[in-house]
Design a protein around this ligand. Structure first.
Ligand code: GLP
Length: 249
């Protein structure tokens, strides 16, 4: 894992945007894996600013999102479908036909999971996967205990995850209990991964990621086995990590 240490959330977002834009500008065809949550919002804002200023085109870019709540339609303001349109897609020139998000309203959810992995495979896999991390180490919606071999699947959300995401809903009761998520194995198949980590709430997760053992009890720990991971983390998130040199292995 390679670490880029940055000052704060703003710098994390800008460095991530520059990284992603260098790929967008130098490839003829690019497949991105995209994340939701608070962490990548600044990155998406920076991409929109760049698009407005420099007209960087996304016509050759496809995307696959990590996850979606089960039971929320794309029209629901808290669906990740809605989030992606609102925070990125409608502001840039990406073809909506090329953007993919699992459907949390599919009649046959199991089939939806299998079809999603197949679609990624037929696209030639994900070139660059953007990831955030949950305070319990979840990536996508892969909660502690998820098999490292998992493909896209249906999950029961951990209470701590529902609590963390309740800030976007009127109350915790409205947070769906289940989600559909790319599995750990699906994520690990990405050719390259960019993990963004910011703020005090992620200090313990960051410490476990760097200093802890690789275990299904802490899903993000698997990233230590991927050959091409870059972590962009700010000073607050890194405050508890002792051996920073461990990261640049
Ligand atoms: C959410 C998402 C993840 C995200 C994580 C952290 O539940 N499913 O993809 O990375 O939790 O969220 P945040 O960036 O808001 O801290």
């Amino acid at each position: 894992m390679k670490l880029i240490e940055v000052k704060d959330y703003h710098e994390m977002s800008q460095v991530a945007a520059d990284y992603l834009l260098s790929k967008v500008k130098t490839s003829d065809k690019l497949t991105l894996g995209l994340a939701t949550g608070g962490t990548p919002q600044g990155l998406y804002e920076a991409l929109i600013n760049d698009h407005n200023q420099n007209r960087t085109s996304y016509q050759h870019v496809s995307s696959f999102n990590l996850d979606e709540y089960i039971g929320l339609s794309g029209k629901h303001p808290n669906s990740y479908y809605h989030y992606m349109n609102d925070h990125l897609f409608k502001h840039i020139d990406i073809d909506s036909e090329n953007t993919h998000i699992p459907s949390g309203k599919a009649v046959d959810l199991q089939k939806e999971c299998e079809a999603y992995d197949e679609k990624i495979r037929l696209h030639g896999g994900i070139d660059l996967q953007i990831l955030g991390i949950g305070s319990n180490g979840h990536i996508g919606f892969n909660e502690p205990g998820t098999s490292f071999e998992s493909n896209t699947h249906i999950v029961e959300l951990a209470e701590s995850t529902r609590e963390a995401n309740a800030r976007y809903f009127n109350s915790i009761d409205e947070v769906p209990a289940q989600a559909i998520t790319m599995g750990i194995s699906s994520i690990m198949k990405s050719k390259e991964i960019l993990l963004l980590v910011s703020g005090e709430a992620k200090q313990v997760a960051m410490k476990k990621l760097v200093e802890g053992e690789i275990s299904e009890n802490f899903p993000a720990s698997i990233l230590n086995r991927h050959e091409h991971v870059t972590v962009i983390a700010d000073q607050e998130a890194l405050a508890m990590v002792k051996g920073l040199e461990l990261l640049n292995r």
